[in-house]
Design a protein around this ligand. Structure first.
Ligand SMILES: O=C(O)c1ccccc1NCC(=O)[C@H](O)[C@H](O)COP(=O)(O)O
Length: 259
């Protein structure tokens, strides 16, 4: 599945580059507004929720959102989310760049572009679309490339969450210079999730690096255990999009009334 996602992404990136060359994106970036502070949002005391706008997934199919992406993002902001993640991958998650643009203008929170970044072009594109942060998947990128991408993110003033799933990937992310490491509780081979995965790997993350626990987070107990293990933030998708009241669900997860 991951190979299929990467192959589709390659075609999409090549198409995008033909339509809008990097030189044109660089021109647009000259007019771009300063990004919103994603890293600082995760530094706030207490657990930060990165609430995800997720329309579908390869394992679960379409979630049948009843709210528009703007309404959903505003509901997340009201519940005290500290950042919004927008899945922009088109072919397996039914997302789009337009979703990111719509969400960015609907809320005041920093916005993470959640996609499969396989080409540096996507970093410039993300910044031009208004993303404040991007996700880099350690399992997709050799260390040299990851380091180079992190450097481009720094130059663009774009925060980066480096997603990992093993001790080796965590070491690679840290060596490459990651300042925010995601531990994905989802096994990308079979799509099962287990929050114990973060609990087991969290000790590998030094204190000066922010830890985001990703995927499969369902309850206040999960959030509490993850916080006690050292997570600064949780990235939550399915639990929120399936909830009848996403605002209340975020409050229930954090035990807080506001951010
Ligand atoms: O969500 C999936 O099934 C999935 C499959 C293959 C690659 C990535 C996948 N998810 C992307 C994500 O990063 C999640 O949407 C995110 O961590 C939130 O997860 P959840 O709270 O379990 O929806």
């Amino acid at each position: 599945m991951l190979l299929q996602i990467a192959a589709k992404k390659r075609l999409r990136v090549d198409e995008a580059r033909k339509k809008v060359p990097l030189s044109e994106i660089e021109k647009r970036l000259e007019q771009a507004e300063a990004p919103r502070p994603f890293y600082q949002a995760l530094l706030m005391p207490g657990m930060s929720v990165i609430a995800e706008v997720k329309k579908a997934s390869p394992s679960k199919g379409d979630f049948g959102l009843t709210l528009t992406v703007e309404e959903l993002a505003r509901a997340y902001e009201s519940g005290g989310a500290r950042a919004i993640s927008v899945l922009t991958e088109e072919d397996f998650f039914k997302g789009s760049a337009t979703d990111l643009v719509k969400v960015k203008s609907a809320v005041t929170l920093p916005v993470l572009r959640k996609d499969f970044i396989i080409d540096s072009y996507q970093l410039y594109e993300s910044r031009a679309l208004g993303a404040d942060a991007v996700l880099l998947i350690a399992g997709f990128l050799p260390e040299k490339e990851l380091r180079a991408y992190l450097q481009i993110c720094d130059e663009l003033d774009l925060a980066a969450v480096v997603e990992t799933h093993s001790a080796d990937e965590i070491q690679m992310a840290l060596t490459a210079g990651a300042r925010i490491v995601g531990i994905n509780n989802r096994n990308l081979q079979n799509f099962t999730t287990d929050v114990n995965h973060t609990l087991q790997l969290a000790p590998q993350i030094p204190d000066n690096v922010l830890l985001v626990s990703e995927s499969g987070i369902e309850s206040a107990v999960d959030v509490h255990l993850l916080g006690a293990a050292g997570a600064d933030a949780v990235l939550v998708g399915e639990t929120l999009v399936r909830s009848a009241n996403p605002t209340a669900k975020i409050r229930e997860l954090t035990g807080r009334k506001s951010a």
